[in-house]
Design a protein around this ligand. Sequence first.
Ligand SMILES: Cc1ncc(COP(=O)(O)O)c(C=O)c1O
Length: 418
Amino acid sequence: MKDIAARVRPQFPALATGAVFFDGPGGTQVPQAVIDAVAAYFREANANEHGLFATSRRSDEIVAAGRCAMADFFNARSADEIVFGANMTTLTFHLSRSLGLLLQPGDEIVVTRLDHDANIAPWLFLQEKGAVIRWLEFRPGDCTLDLDGLERLLNKRTRIVAVGHASNAFGTVNDVPRIVAAAQQAGALTFVDAVHFAPHRPIDVQQLGCDFLACSPYKFYGPHSGVLYGRREALERLRAYKVRPAVAAIPDCFETGTKNHEGIAGIAAAVDYLAAIGRDLGPASGFDPYESGRRRWLKQALAAIMEHETRLFARLLDGLLEIPGLRLLGISDPARLLERTPTACFTLPGLSPARIAEKLGQDGIQVWDGNYYAWEAMNFLGLEAQGGAVRAGLSMYNDEGEVDRFLKALGSIARESR
Ligand SMILES: Cc1ncc(COP(=O)(O)O)c(C=O)c1O
């Protein structure tokens, strides 16, 4: 059987350039099906919503189909629990403002030191409403959250717990089920940033029991956009910041202004694209019998992606740990790869992360350098002042040849600097 990378690579036009795209955690390439869906929107459905004519009706259908697709992607109970937005950051600021209206001075919000700032800054702004911020710290050794600290942070004043599903810097997969359960016990609402998690593992909001969860389709082979899941009962508690004539019903009321219709067409295409991979791989065992169709296929696809990426990451990790002086941040134990995503974050002595990224870029290998907005974490580790770290992240379309090419190039860069 072909591995998943061999199967999907021909469908991504950008891969034909020969570049090695290890910048997936910053944004993935898109398959032809997504490009076609966005173009088809403009050809066949381009109009504003709720008009009494053909293209507007078609546009409304596309938005409705996009909601259904994302409901399947999250395993949400209903498409009404899906809110579209410009990106995760904008959606989170928007939500935090509405949640802020429910807070009293002295109410507490838990955030983590490990998160992307998009899941920190929106909550810090609520200090202006008198909210008190409590920090959940992480262990610098393996960049995992100190969950023993969580129970100590929670109390009857805790209103919101905001946590990342996976760290976009170090790849740590957090024990979100445990965090959500503890937050619920304390009576707090839960917000999960699943941006870095979504391309690598299946998401099930019903199983997690979280109130809100956000992700960004451009990290899982779709267009630049953001999607928020809100449990219906939680959304119903909120007042939306909206203009008065706009639709008052959930979820439209949270989608300020005109939607990105062509982006939503592309989101549905990205979800369908992933589902088709799962469908083609055939039935797998161990799935809940009530799940069928696209939800099941998505789980199958993500399970296969996880297996492929973990195998590839083991090879990458092996090679990285052989480079003298390389400091890998995060979990490096090969027996613990399921506790992390295939995202490697590292530094080399004597070379700035920007210089390493630039040299790799000259070889056609795309990686990020800096803090990737995991700004608190980089400061905590003392790396911010030194330009952060290099980040090389694997996606489903990456293969062994690319990992070897990257390791060879990095090995030469490291040797030259000694
Ligand atoms: C973990 C994580 N959270 C949030 C964001 C912000 O997402 P967006 O660009 O959709 O605002 C990113 C983007 O890199 C991310 O990796």
